[in-house]
Design a protein around this ligand. Structure first.
Ligand SMILES: Nc1ncnc2c1ncn2[C@@H]1O[C@H](COP(=O)(O)OP(=O)(O)OP(=O)(O)O)[C@@H](O)[C@H]1O
Ligand SMILES: [Mg+2]
Length: 547
């Protein structure tokens, strides 16, 4: 028996004669099972409806022929399915409707549902239970239909499913006279926790499929395969995408030492030990700063450093056509993040989804209600979901997002300093498995890239790599035959107009705002010697920011 502490008590709803229940969830199979169990315990018969099979009994037989049209099925329920005139005892039936949301644009279907629910209230002893993957139902139905929140399987339940699946797979192997050693090892110790982490966020049906897929693929349970399955599922949820964390973690982030120092000890704060000790779980961070300076990249590195999955939420994509649609999609996305937790949920370039200004939806941005739903959740969430918002335009952020206490920290990502630029150079070269050959002085590079963003340094490295390829003998493809020259990188930088020159005013405004309100991601130069190492126009500007 699965642990079901969080599952709503359907039996109580049935006993209390609720005649129309609505469960928005992708967890169809598990819901049908739980409803059936509760219904049987109360002496009800259970039927299912979907547009392929029509009205079916749980044993797979059709209850009545040609019921694929939901209107015909509902009419049947109100007449044939209800109590006959000669019957004293009303028939006790619960019908689980699957995917009926696709027909709810039809006024007739909506009316029929309402009338059915009202008739049933008059004492038919029947009930309908609508299970839809979408969290929106027409407003007309809200009076008759009771919504039930259905959580996806939690850690304990996934653990029980893993034990069941594992036992079944072991039995399969043994029946084929194969060794189950690898399989058993793949589910032991820390690996068991990894498999459970990977499966959280999937419905019961999807978890079983993912386990079966992994077993079929390599005769063991591989968390990577299960995570890949989850990535596909999350990709199917409106407004959520699965981002691959950077495989090299903080090693592929140049500079931002303060951010790294802040992040390192916090990796421990999401675990069971920290929770038991009473440490508060970090809530989130806002990364504000200059375009191309590595905000989005830093989040991918952070996910690796903390060993957490990274989900990107797009508020713009969660916008729906109808009233309530957007909020429903936002809630659904947030609840998925909660089940996947511990995880990082990122709203990249959040100002783009927020439209013109301060929560105004007039120009097609996300409305203040929708932003409010996110902020309230941010304040109240207990699940270890670390929320990171990034933005490069403070003027387009509503003040409520910036209010103190909303995030643990607001970081400011400025143009990289001298020493940071040297680090970024090396990190970017390593990304292509190269070392930079210093055929000229590094100082020349630092001067040539004054005011450059990380993205611009990366572009110069890529350009120099192309130049190096041009020098390669026609018969060779050996990287060692044509090194990556610093002089080529400088030449590429010399023909680049950095954004800090073309958009100097905008960047200066951002910096002025950041002073005193944000924490710089770069290490602050504290001694005179350190400060003298940070010369040049861009670094002078930085000192003004971090002063
Ligand atoms: N500090 C850095 N270390 C390593 N790579 C960097 C760094 N800064 C930028 N880059 C490189 O530049 C690219 C662009 O950076 P990223 O997209 O993270 O910038 P951003 O700050 O998010 O910009 P935007 O405000 O336009 O979204 C990244 O893919 C990364 O490879
Ligand atoms: Mg970005």
């Amino acid at each position: 028996m699965m642990p079901r502490s969080k599952i709503p008590d359907i039996r109580t709803y049935i006993k209390a004669r609720f005649t129309a229940l609505w469960i928005p969830s992708i967890d169809e199979m598990r819901i049908t099972g739980v409803v059936a169990e509760a219904a049987r315990a109360e002496g009800y018969k259970v039927l299912t409806w979907d547009c392929v099979d029509g009205l079916m009994r749980l044993n797979g037989d059709a209850e009545a022929a040609s019921m694929q049209d939901p209107e015909i099925a509902l009419r049947w329920l109100r007449t044939e399915g209800g109590p006959r005139e000669d019957e004293r005892q009303p028939s006790r039936v619960i019908v689980v409707f699957r995917d009926i949301h696709r027909w709810l644009q039809s006024p007739t279907t909506v009316r029929l549902l309402r009338s059915t629910a009202q008739d049933l209230q008059a004492g038919f002893g029947m009930a309908v239970c609508l299970v839809t993957p979408d969290a929106v139902l027409p407003e007309d139905l809200t009076a008759e239909v009771t919504k039930i929140n259905w959580p996806l399987p939690g850690r304990e339940e996934v653990g029980a499913m893993l034990d069941d699946a594992g036992a079944a797979f072991v039995a399969t192997l043994q029946s084929q006279n194969d060794s189950a050693e690898d399989l058993i090892r793949s589910m032991q110790n820390g690996r068991r926790e990894k498999i459970i982490d990977a499966a959280l966020g999937l419905s019961a049906e999807q978890i079983q499929q993912a386990f079966a897929y992994s077993f079929a693929d390599n005769r063991s349970l591989n968390p990577d395969l299960i995570t890949a399955e989850k990535a596909t599922v999350i990709a199917g949820i409106k407004g959520l995408t699965w981002w691959e964390p950077d495989p090299n973690g903080m090693n592929s982030l140049g500079g931002m030492q303060e951010l790294k120092n802040w992040a390192a000890p916090r990796a421990q704060m999401f675990g069971e030990r920290a929770r038991k000790f009473g440490l508060p779980t970090p809530k989130g961070a806002l990364l504000l700063g200059v375009q191309g300076c590595g905000k989005s990249h830093a989040v991918k590195c952070l996910a690796t450093a903390w060993g957490m999955p990274l989900i990107a939420g797009d508020l713009g994509a969660m916008k729906g056509k109808y009233v309530g649609d957007s909020e429903a999609s936002i809630r659904k996305a947030l609840s998925i993040a909660e089940v996947v937790a511990p995880c990082i949920l990122m709203f990249d370039e959040i100002e783009k989804a927020l439209g013109g200004s301060a929560g105004d939806s007039g120009d097609g941005g996300v409305s203040s209600d929708q932003l409010g739903a996110v902020l309230t959740w941010l304040q109240e969430k207990t699940a270890p979901v670390f929320v990171v918002c990034t933005s490069n335009d403070i003027s387009r952020l509503p003040p409520e997002l910036l209010r103190k206490g909303r995030f643990d920290e607001i970081f400011f990502v400025d143009l990289p300093t001298y020493s940071e630029r040297a680090e970024i150079l090396s990190v970017c070269a390593k990304r292509y498995n190269r070392e930079v050959t210093t055929d000229v002085a590094v100082l020349d590079f630092l001067q040539a890239t004054d005011g450059f963003s990380g993205a611009e340094i990366q572009a110069a490295v890529e350009s120099a790599l192309l130049t190096a390829f041009g020098r390669l003998p026609a018969t060779s493809s050996d990287p060692a035959a044509s090194p990556l020259l610093l002089s080529d990188i400088i030449s590429a930088a010399n023909v680049t107009q950095p954004l800090s020159k073309t958009a100097a005013e905008k960047i200066e405004k951002l910096r002025e705002w950041a002073v005193g309100r944000t924490r710089p991601v770069a290490a602050v130069a504290t001694t005179a010697a350190q400060k003298s190492g940070e010369q040049g126009p861009a670094s002078t500007m930085r000192r003004r920011v971090i002063a």
